[in-house]
Design a binder for this molecule. Structure first.
Ligand code: FAD
Ligand code: NAP
Length: 544
């Protein structure tokens, strides 16, 4: 038991006591710290990274940039911050987004309360004291009333299960852990494994340097041109002037980005009208340009097929070699059900003489060798292998901490058949354990900045409510959790998402339960639900 007065937990000496421990110093953790401080509470943030920024600290591969427009993908909580920061491109580069994160850390003087280079390894709830004991890789043993998991949804990198992966003697890189000093690939024979958003952004940039680039593709992607460009002063001024209404519209929208007007249904219009809308979506260079063109694309396979065929026609028109074009055309899952990608010259890159596509569905990778890799048909030699193979998404970083709740039950065991949360914010049996953009919340199906701000504000309000009303703990009831999971699953099953082997479904991690992880009810309606829960005195939570 934690005795805060004697600063001991069992036989261990407590190194510190806080009101709130926050795990992660990405955009979620930084804002959480700011909010908690405003409540006059003490807090400590821990991050395994050596700096702030989370995603944008770790993912430094060439070409890394956001795919939600910079003017949307930014904090809205402080009008002064949003007015003073100058984004230079429609889609900001990783260095620019990281500078923004550092600017925020400096502007709100966050660093004194952040401990970098420190992983949270274990966290256990002491029922008698009603507090969490948190243990770090640096040897700290800390007591906290609340723990906020701002650990990120895409923050546990995943390497492929390929035999011999450790035997490779050349240079190995991961997009999710790119070296901070950059990598010079000029003159080298480079392999890239993985063609999700990271691979699709990195490949044209790698191909611009390397002597040869060989791309190993398992599943082709529906990617659209980003149409990236410098922002012009007039549009920035206009957006900044209209920010209050625009941000509000984003909060009430479906994806966290306002879309004008009510969409028609693809199957209700003529082929001509449909293709004109798809062309406009394609030209817009926006993630929602195509998927948001009609209201039925994510719900009706027949409607979806029309959008998917539009993209395939585009790919065929860009790629010179008909076989390569066919290999690059996705055709076994609906458009939008794996996260769509935005690119700069991705498909055209395969027209270069020194770039080769290997379709590993036709010729699977057998093993990695000390000098390259073998497929069923060919032996390849490389100077460098780049893995762009994604993440153990949404749950990976949560269950990799050894979290012990009430009665010693672990989060890992509790979620063995898939995560079960109330609103993606809390789990039964884990009091005062708060999730930012947890599973069964809109998170990765939205502009994450909007979802992060909403969760952080909701959690801060809840903590304030407990304090002001004399409560010590809040805990989601099993009934509320079950009802929410059922509702979230039911909504997911009404869409086409379950048809794809995506990380949304946990399908990219062997042994991970196949369940639809995010919430597809829309950012605006979801926010309303969270607000109703709070207004009803935190309905669905047991307050003690
Ligand atoms: P993160 O940024 O992932 O930060 C979590 C932090 O927690 C990390 O620094 C990690 O080191 C730390 N951490 C985790 N576990 C522990 C532990 N046990 N102990 C200590 N520290 C820990 N979203 C969009 O909406 N638009 C985009 O354009 C977009 N682009 C993306 C591009 C890439 C390459 C990737 C990978 C993701 C992108 N995302 C995008 C999603 C992105 O993750 C979120 O937008 C956002 O940055 C998440 O912020 P966060 O603070 O929640 O998590
Ligand atoms: P990802 O989308 O999961 O892509 C991983 C890729 O690796 C897939 O093509 C996958 O193929 C492939 N792969 C995995 N194991 C393999 C194996 N054994 N053999 C061959 N190929 C294998 O991961 P990501 O590209 O890092 O993107 C993750 C998410 O981060 C994105 O969906 C997005 O949300 C975010 N992100 C955003 C941006 C942006 O543009 N702003 C950039 C990067 C990331 P399969 O599809 O067949 O599994």
């Amino acid at each position: 038991m934690t005795d805060v007065r004697s600063s001991r937990v069992g036989s261990e000496e407590l190194t510190a006591t806080y009101d709130v421990v926050i795990v992660g110093a990405g955009f979620a953790g930084m804002y959480m710290l700011h909010k908690v401080r405003q409540l006059g509470l003490s807090a400590r943030v821990y991050d395994a990274a050596k700096g702030v920024g989370g995603t944008w600290y770790w993912n430094r591969y060439p070409g890394a940039r956001c795919d939600v427009m910079s003017l949307d993908y930014s904090y809205s909580f402080d009008p002064e911050l949003e007015q003073e920061w100058e984004w230079t491109e429609k889609y900001a580069t990783q260095p620019e987004i990281l500078s923004y994160a550092n600017h925020v850390a400096d502007r709100y003087d966050l660093r004194p309360d952040i401990q970098f280079d420190t992983r949270i390894e274990r966290s256990s709830f002491d029922e008698e004291a009603g507090r969490w004991t948190v243990r770090t890789s640096a040897g700290d043993v800390v007591s906290a009333q609340h723990i906020v998991m701002a650990v990120g949804t895409l923050s546990t990198p995943k390497l492929p299960e390929i035999d011999g992966i450790d035997s490779y003697e050349g240079e190995t890189y991961q997009t999710q852990r790119w070296p901070h000093d950059g990598v010079d690939l000029s003159g080298k024979r480079v392999a890239v494994i993985g063609t999700g958003s990271s691979g699709i952004q990195a490949i044209p940039n790698i191909a611009a340097q390397a002597a040869t680039t060989t791309v190993f593709q398992r599943t082709p992607n529906y990617s659209m041109p980003a149409g990236n460009r410098p922002l012009d002063a007039e549009e920035v001024a206009e957006r900044k002037a209209g920010y209050p209404a625009y941000r509000q519209a984003a909060r009430e929208s479906f994806f966290g980005v306002p879309i004008a007007g009510e969409p028609k249904m693809a199957l209700d219009v003529t082929e001509e009208e449909r293709n004109a809308a798809y062309q406009a979506g394609w030209d817009a260079g926006s993630l929602v340009g195509l998927v948001g063109a009609f209201g039925d694309i994510l719900f009706s396979k027949e409607a979806n097929d029309t959008a998917a065929e539009f993209v395939r026609t585009k790919i065929r028109s860009i790629v010179d070699d008909p076989q390569v074009a066919e290999d690059l055309c996705p055709d076994d899952y609906p458009v939008g059900t794996k996260r769509p990608c935005l690119d700069t010259d991705y498909f055209a890159t395969f027209n270069k003489d020194n770039v080769r596509l290997v379709n590993v569905r036709r010729t699977p990778i057998v093993c990695i060798t000390p000098t390259g890799l073998d497929t069923t048909e060919e032996r390849f030699e490389f100077d460098a292998i780049v893995y762009a193979t994604g993440f153990d998404a949404l749950t990976g970083s949560l269950v990799s901490v050894d979290v012990e709740g009430r009665g010693g039950a672990t989060l890992k065991e509790a979620w063995a058949d898939g995560p079960t949360t109330y609103l993606g914010l809390a789990a039964a049996g884990f009091p005062n354990f708060h999730l930012v953009t947890g599973p069964q919340s809109p998170s990765v199906l939205s502009n994450m900045m909007v979802s992060i701000e909403q969760h952080v504000e909701w959690i801060a309000d809840a903590i304030e409510y407990l304090r002001d009303n004399g409560y010590e703990t809040m805990e989601a009831t099993p009934e509320a959790v079950n009802a929410w999971v059922e509702h979230s699953t039911e909504l997911g099953n009404q869409t086409l998402y379950p048809l794809a082997d995506s990380w949304y479904m946990g399908a990219n991690v062997p042994g991970k339960p196949r369940v639809f992880l995010p919430y597809i009810g829309g950012v605006g309606p979801y926010r309303e639900k969270c607000d109703e829960v709070a207004a009803a005195g935190y309905e669905g939570f047991k307050l003690v």
